[in-house]
Design a protein around this ligand. Structure first.
Ligand SMILES: [Mn+2]
Length: 195
């Protein structure tokens, strides 16, 4: 089977992003992203997905971090889809419930080809450090739309915003890793015969 790895580059007036993702990696993760806290979340997700992930990003963060975070979502979604399509059939569904101390989050994924995000946060602080928490929804939507996946990202409880976000991104990573597991056979897991 071909390596399920892809590189995606995107340069606009707002951001300049180069991303490489390997779905069957060894958890080699290298992130150069000029946004506080966000790389911590991405690293958690990539680690539990079992990916290699390299991202080099620059962006107009003097305006705010919105463009950079959203565009990383676009790049990661497109990179994921491209890598996935190099492989054979996959388990398609993945779900995970992951705690971090008092926080508990659930992620349910269908690599359906139909982009859809359901995001249900608990009440969170406006920021974690200097990271604007609202941006996580922008990131997840951009990733889902460009990866063409359905994602239900649900926080079941928690008080500490750092814990809530980190448990959610770990759950998403874990569920993505499961859903993208190769089945090693030729049967497509759809009653339609195609995803
Ligand atoms: Mn942490």
């Amino acid at each position: 089977m071909e390596q399920r790895e892809s590189t995606f580059q995107r340069k606009t007036r707002e951001t300049d992003i180069t991303l490489t993702v390997n779905l069957d990696g060894a958890k080699n993760i290298s992130l150069e992203i000029p946004v506080p806290f966000f790389p911590h979340l991405l690293k958690s997700m990539a680690f539990f997905a079992g990916w290699d992930l390299n991202i080099q990003a620059r962006g107009d963060i003097e305006i705010d971090c919105h463009h950079t975070v959203e565009d990383i979502g676009i790049a990661l979604g497109k990179g994921f889809r491209k890598a996935l399509e190099k492989g054979g059939n996959v388990l398609r569904f993945g779900s995970s419930v992951i705690p971090m101390d008092e926080a508990l989050s659930q992620a349910v994924i269908d690599l359906s080809g139909r982009p859809f995000l359901v995001y249900k946060p608990v009440v969170l602080t406006e920021r974690v450090g200097n990271f604007e928490v609202l941006l996580i929804e922008e990131f997840l939507r951009a990733m889902c739309v460009n990866a063409e996946i359905t994602l239900h990202a649900i926080m079941l409880g928690g008080n500490n915003s750092h814990h809530c976000l980190e448990s959610l991104l770990k759950a998403i990573g874990h569920a993505l890793g499961t859903a993208a597991q190769s089945t090693g056979d030729t049967s497509v897991l759809s009653t339609k015969g195609i995803l």
